[in-house]
Design a protein around this ligand. Structure first.
Ligand SMILES: Cc1cc2nc3c(=O)[nH]c(=O)nc-3n(C[C@H](O)[C@H](O)[C@H](O)COP(=O)(O)OP(=O)(O)OC[C@H]3O[C@@H](n4cnc5c(N)ncnc54)[C@H](O)[C@@H]3O)c2cc1C
Length: 473
């Protein structure tokens, strides 16, 4: 007889869900994970990973086109979009297999199908079309003492901008196009929109980005977002901020878009494809949350700092539990949730320590308060900056356009925020995340030795600059 009763069941196998299941199994819980479509969730299949594979192809293509700058020659550099996509999908396949391996290794039962909550402790799974991994449990009724909802999110749809899979894409189609568009309008300049704009521009498309707010990359520090914008515009990306799309006129293989600027003036633009990247909303509907009275707000489940909902025995983590909608936030939230269930008294989630990265060219990365937010919070601050043009490694790499900005509390010396734009910054930001997690002050950073030559030396120099001690400018 197959198992139908568990201590912990996680619904959804995205980075939040599968990591939560592994931690639950490590803690000795009899654990199962329910998945209706693809192991690894959006992140592995349609999000973080496949986009990074595409961006890597774009990066290499970019360097090949600029081979001369490095004393090399590469003539007639071309690409086959189908092969670029095939590589990205191959990476996805490898990682989905990895999640299956991890579930088996940790003796976590995979229940394949769509879960519906019947009551606290009880849920039903019904069959879906997606092919089940070997050995997975199937449709039926199950029980679990603790049910953790990790059902993720889906693209937000704006009225008048409804995706149709052909001319108006969401990230699903943008990641898997049938052919390379010659021109493209990206609506929304958050991380997802900007990554696609960067990919398609590098691959040769004519790209326009429309953002309703005055600033692109709206959650980033204004100075860093402004620096990134100049770089994108230098590459030829057209950016219209403080503007909105008011009308789409679809033809057989193109779309004429009406765009209104902040002052009421309109203009029309005809493009091959439109990507709607106006955010995501939590998957909260249709699987029993309403019936159980689980509290939701603005498209997400309301939780406390340990993932508990208002209904005993039901928890939520990841995108479905609210912003920031990032894989590493989902994972961490899940670990905290099961450790709290186990009674381990874990640290509560501190959202101010969640880094954010955008893998465009140049990259953008940040953690903590922006300058504006620090001022809004009434902090008396010191700001330090350091440009990549003064860094030996950045120049040697041919990547001298970038900067690091740090924000300290003037009174205490506490590092409040760090913001970066340029090559390798998505790898570098973690240095400041660790520093902030250890509640570091300027003193410890002055005494921290950074390897030479590295672009990370710009981090140390920005810290020194905040205190009038910068060395290399
Ligand atoms: C294009 C794109 C790029 C991104 N890039 C990054 C990035 O670089 N870095 C980053 O941190 N984040 C990135 N994200 C965000 C990241 O993908 C999400 O934050 C992350 O996937 C959230 O994980 P999750 O576990 O909460 O949910 P998801 O990954 O969404 O997984 C939810 C899973 O639940 C399953 N499910 C839903 N309902 C049910 C049900 N009733 N029964 C059974 N199964 C169900 C779904 O099929 C899905 O597999 C990106 C997102 C997109 C779209």
């Amino acid at each position: 007889m197959a198992d139908t009763s568990f201590d912990v069941v996680v619904i959804g196998s995205g980075p939040g869900g599968y990591v939560t299941a592994i931690r639950a199994a490590q803690l000795g819980f009899k654990t199962a994970i329910v998945e209706k479509a693809y192991l690894g969730g959006i992140c592995n299949n349609w999000g973080c990973i496949p986009t990074k594979a595409l961006l890597r192809s774009a990066e290499i293509y970019h360097y090949m086109q600029h081979a001369k700058d490095y004393g090399l020659s590469a003539d007639n550099v071309t690409f086959d979009i189908k092969a670029v996509i095939a590589r990205s999908r191959g990476v996805v396949k490898r990682l989905s297999g990895g999640v299956e391996y991890l579930m088996n290794k940790n003796k976590i039962s995979i229940i394949w199908g769509e879960a519906t909550l019947d009551a606290p402790g009880k849920f039903t799974v019904k069959k879906t079309e997606a092919a089940a991994p070997k050995g997975a449990l199937g449709a039926g009724s199950y029980t679990a003492k603790h049910i953790i909802v990790a059902t993720g999110a889906r693209p937000r749809v704006l009225p008048g901008l409804e995706p149709d899979k052909k001319l108006v894409w969401t990230y699903f189609e943008a990641m898997n196009p049938d052919k390379m568009p010659k021109s493209l309008l990206v609506v929304g300049s958050g991380a997802i929109g900007i990554e696609f704009a960067s990919f398609y521009k590098t691959m040769g498309a004519d790209v326009t980005v429309v953002e309703v707010l005055p600033q692109i990359l709206p959650v980033e520090d204004a100075e860093i977002a402004g620096f990134a914008r100049k770089q994108f515009e230098k590459q030829g990306i057209k950016i219209m901020s403080g503007a909105k799309v008011t009308k789409l006129d679809k033809k057989s293989d193109s779309v004429t878009v009406t765009i209104e600027d902040g002052k009421g003036a309109t203009q029309q633009l005809t493009v091959d494809r439109v990507i709607s990247a106006v955010g995501v909303v939590g998957n909260i509907e249709g699987f029993g949350l309403e019936k159980l009275g689980v509290k939701t707000e603005r498209g997400c489940i309301v939780i406390d700092k340990y993932g508990k909902t208002n209904v005993p025995g039901i928890y939520a983590i990841g995108d479905v539990a609210g912003p920031p909608m990032l894989a590493h936030k989902a994972e961490h939230e899940g670990v905290i949730c099961v450790e709290a269930i186990k009674g381990m008294n874990p640290h509560a989630m501190d959202k101010s320590l969640i880094p954010g990265c955008t893998y465009c060219h140049p990259q953008v990365a940040s953690v903590g308060l922006t300058e504006a937010k620090a001022k809004e919070a009434g902090k008396d601050i010191r700001v330090g900056r350091f440009p990549f043009v003064a860094n030996g490694k950045a120049i040697a790499q041919g990547e001298d356009q970038g900067m690091v900005k740090v924000i300290f509390d003037k009174k205490t010396g506490q590092l409040l925020g760090a913001h970066m734009v340029g090559a390798e910054v998505v790898e570098m930001i973690q240095g400041f995340v660790v520093a902030m997690n250890l509640e570091t002050t300027e003193e410890e950073l002055f005494h921290t030795i950074f390897p030479h030559p590295t672009i990370s030396e710009t981090m140390k120099e920005a810290v020194l600059d905040a205190y009038g001690r910068v060395l290399n400018t």
